[in-house]
Design a binder for this molecule. Structure first.
Ligand SMILES: O=C1O[C@H](COP(=O)(O)O)[C@@H](O)[C@H](O)[C@H]1O
Length: 224
């Protein structure tokens, strides 16, 4: 479902409401919940609101949709972003599962992420203006494997052709094993990219693989 919000405050409030609803449902049904969040520049206001949500965070595991292959204290680290802005306040009681086990060994980090993987209740995605989501970048050499419905792995290494750092990313198979997918995007350019991806399923815009699927509830929240 496409959901338009009138401003940033409504965007954050509605996203937080949907995420908390998904986590609360998992807690009620299973006693534990697993949340995967994205990094990049845009999620900080959402993280700050989520951090104060009235949830039993001690029964929530927070993990990452994707990670830049950098040490956890690097300015571009998604783990650093999450630790600084989400795992604070009430959410400090959550357990965190990062994706870079060894900042000197990408293959070992991906292998460790795959061993630790458990199905995710709520996935919060972003989208780049090139149509990438998670770190499933258009034209990346690993994109076909990332989108392969028969890929047995939850995570893979990705080399973005035009963005910094090698990545560790959830595969499409893992994304489509989640309880629900929530996309947070802002701006006219991303709206146009989303519309183009809605018109055609194409590896040129990897987000289209999520739009054109019916396995998992998928909601896109947009604001100007
Ligand atoms: O590189 C990344 O970019 C996307 C989009 O980031 P944004 O700052 O444009 O919202 C993000 O979803 C992904 O997790 C991140 O690694």
């Amino acid at each position: 479902m496409w959901i338009e919000c009138k401003n940033g405050d409504e965007h954050v409030a509605r996203l937080a409401e949907a995420i908390v609803a998904g986590l609360s449902q998992a807690l009620a049904e299973k006693g534990r919940a697993r949340l995967a969040v994205s990094g990049g520049k845009s999620p900080v206001p959402l993280f700050k609101t989520l951090a104060e949500a009235d949830l039993d965070w001690s029964r929530v595991t927070v993990t990452l949709v994707d990670e830049r292959f950098v040490p956890a204290d690097h300015p571009d680290s998604n783990e650093r972003l999450v630790r600084e802005h989400l795992l604070v306040g009430r959410a400090a009681a959550a357990t965190f599962a990062g994706l870079v086990a060894d900042p000197g060994d990408l293959a070992a980090s991906v292998a460790a992420a795959n061993r630790a993987y458990q199905p995710i209740d709520v996935v919060v995605l972003g989208m780049g203006e090139d149509g990438h989501t998670a770190s499933l970048f258009p034209a990346a050499p690993e994109l076909a494997a990332g989108l392969d419905p028969a890929n047995p792995n939850a995570y893979l290494a990705v080399t973005p052709p035009a963005a910094p750092h090698a990545r560790v990313s959830l595969t499409l198979v893992a994304l489509l094993s989640a309880g629900r997918l929530i996309l947070a995007i802002a701006g006219e350019t991303k709206k146009q990219v989303f519309e183009a991806a809605s018109a055609n399923l194409s590896a040129a815009l990897p987000i289209s693989a999520l739009i054109h699927q019916t396995k998992v509830p998928f909601d896109a929240y947009w604001t100007r």
